[in-house]
Design a binder for this molecule. Sequence first.
Ligand code: XUL
Ligand code: CO
Length: 435
Amino acid sequence: MSYFPDIPKIQYEGPGSKNPFAFKQYDPNAIIEGKSMREHFRFAAAYWHVMRNGLSDPFGGPTALMPWDDQSNSVDNALKRADVFFEFLDKTGIDYYCFHDRDIAPELETLAASNAALDKVTDHLLDLQKATGKKLLWGTACLFSHPRYAQGAGTSPSADVFAYAAAQVKAAMDATLKLGGEGYTFWGGREGYSTLLNTDMKRELDHLAAMLHLAVDYAKKIGFTGQFYIEPKPREPSTHQYDSDSAACLNFLREYGLLDHFKLNLETNHATLAGHTMLHEMTVALAANALGSVDANQGDELIGWDTDQFPTDIYLTTSIMMKVLEMGGFTTGGLNFDAKRRRESHEPADLFHAHIGGMDAFARGLKIASAIRADGRLADFVAKRYSSWDSGIGAKIEAKSISLDEIATHVLSSPEPTIASGRQELLENLINEFI
Ligand code: XUL
Ligand code: CO
């Protein structure tokens, strides 16, 4: 039984191909810097977008055609969706996936019933994984859709809601462990505030940290050795989310003794909403050795919300792959397409066009990033720009082997410092040589 009977298995045909159902750039087995493209990217599909996103927007309902979905909240419907999803993974050649508990299985009348449904669906997902070799990049709990979470989950003013969320995290972690998940993500869409008038910020932050510590302790108890991530986003749906950007997340993790247990899962459109580039967010995370995984998408400069578009901008994918290569590659993380089609792209075929485009855009980005590295001029420029720190007064300051008064004495007997051009335009031209 095929749910996408008209879609072939997507193959690499090269840049000359005019076949819309072929990769022009992404050749899974091509070796770049000693590793296959497939291993570089560790592409993942997001269950919530591929299977559950009807493409509604604030002004209109769903448009997506999902002929396999009977729209019921039944376990049978959920089991069928899993089959459809695995056919999608097979045809696109995407090796990993990510989910929220409530994407894969229905939320029912009681937590016990929801847990039982989750168990049934994860049994089936495990069978599908075993049959196909597909893997779970990370799991998470949806702690933002149900009305009980309208005022937060880990930061809810209600201890009972916090406890419910914790119980849901436990079940989602159990599911992630069962499926061999390589990570577990916390994204706190409602872990913030709508107004400070009714908010005890300090108490909410303490509670959020308590939730993360509970998860870390529980992971030890059940033998979950995957990587924990938090995913920054400044707002939407909350007015202000506490995990607003890389720097805020790192500060929070440090303050609450969590930095050894968490890395960041960075998403391009969240970076944009925070007023940063993705390159900035990745650079901040990498400097703290906390760059874990990427939710790959892009925003729209003209729309002020999280449009979650598929990444097609080659400058963007190049800059992301420059950072990933600089890091030495993903370990537990990967590139998860946390992206949805436009509301107008409502046919099942559009799911394929969207992912093919994203994978090809990243393949080009990887090739370009690797060529820029092999060329070496950019790295040489940066190294030279800071070369005054390699010897003399700079080396002494870096080694902390000189005092303030010794520095002052040195300056009194030295000529006025000169500073070389930053050459921004030259470097931008250099990047364009490769794009
Ligand atoms: C929302 C978002 C989430 C997280 C997982 O903006 O990115 O889908 O990735 O909860
Ligand atoms: Co995301």
